[in-house]
Design a protein around this ligand. Structure first.
Ligand code: SF4
Length: 327
């Protein structure tokens, strides 16, 4: 198609009712507020070299995160443990699916070396789903937390885990006992869209996981995120916020879903920055300690700064509570 005709077609597509866009349509043009700079800095190259040297995968690369240029320039990388191959096939996710390799026993030490060499004051560690492992990979999370505590004791630790569906409760309890500073697990979308977007997961099982972390150890911050632009309705998102508050989740992240390849779920809507602000205001009114809502927000985006804000918010809240007269 000539470029003028292609532009007109894409413009028409982006203005069309999303439900009328056929699955095979070219992806609608990203609005200006989504555009990001190409990753070319020296810091970016150094981060990449370090990850290769330590044989570590990152969700930044595997999920084709749009923030990689900014984050890696600042040497903020989110390590993805348990390999680079996932046993699930969620419709939104770019991580490759298949039969994963054996768990790397050197991985925990390598994560700790990466944290030290990057100078991380806060690290986010995530993983692929490992439904093939008896404990879903929980013991590897524990080993990583232990290695970090040994090697970089002042680094605060945030883990972003799978749902450990069909695994024993003991698997998750082991992680809770290792006491990460933040336990993050993403609900990803509204329950109505689970069968198409997250077919291997169950909305209420994910909620229960986060609720059980808080029940076992209220000192651990809990965090969860949703992507918007997948066809969800505003009131459905509000209901997810209410469900999260019922599970006592401290921190909500919300960002725009971006289609990684034409094989993945299509973007139904580019939610405007103003609409993100409105979501953020509603979420704050519902009582989250912290809310990050913007088109480029991702679970681990600015996670270190946000951890400090969350800690300060909790202290302020506790201070207020203790100052109040008891009934
Ligand atoms: S937002 Fe998270 S996943 Fe994306 S590049 Fe930054 S650290 Fe990596």
């Amino acid at each position: 198609m000539a470029s003028g005709a292609k532009d007109r077609y894409l413009r028409a597509m982006s203005e069309a009712d999303p439900a009328s866009i056929p699955q095979s349509a070219p992806r609608p043009r990203k609005p200006d507020w989504i555009r990001v700079k190409a990753p070319v800095s020296a810091g970016f190259m150094e981060t990449r070299k370090l990850m290769r040297r330590l044989n570590l995968a990152t969700v930044c690369e595997e999920a084709a995160c749009p923030n990689i240029g900014e984050c890696w320039t600042k040497k903020h990388a989110t390590v993805m443990i348990l390999g680079d191959t996932c046993t699930r096939a969620c419709a939104f996710c770019n991580v490759k699916t298949g039969m994963p390799r054996a768990v790397d026993p050197l991985e925990p030490e390598h994560v700790a070396v990466a944290a030290a060499e990057l100078g991380l004051t806060h690290i986010v560690v995530t993983s692929v789903d490992r439904d093939d492992l008896p404990d879903g990979g929980a013991s590897q999370f524990v080993k990583v937390i232990e290695a970090l505590r040994r090697n970089t004791p002042s680094t605060t630790i945030e883990i972003l885990t799978p749902d450990f569906r069909n695994k024993s409760e003991a698997a998750v309890e082991k992680i809770i006992q290792a006491r990460p500073d933040v336990y993050n697990h993403n609900l990803e979308t509204v329950p109505r869209l689970y069968p198409t977007i997250r077919p291997g997961a169950r909305y209420y099982a994910s909620l229960r996981l986060l609720e059980s972390v808080k029940r076992h150890d209220p000192s651990i911050f809990t965090k969860s995120g949703v992507m918007v632009g997948l066809g969800e309705q505003r009131l459905e998102v509000h209901q997810v916020m209410d469900d999260m508050r019922s599970a006592d989740i401290d921190f909500l992240t919300m960002g725009q879903y971006l289609q990684p390849t034409p094989r993945h779920a299509t973007v139904e809507e580019f939610v405007t920055p103003q609409a993100f602000s409105a979501y953020g205001a509603i979420a704050r009114a519902k009582g989250f300690l912290l809310v990050a809502a913007s088109p480029l927000t991702r679970s681990s985006y600015h996670a270190g700064d946000d951890f400090e804000k969350m800690r300060a918010a909790r202290e302020a809240k506790l201070g207020r509570s203790s100052a109040e007269p008891s009934e």
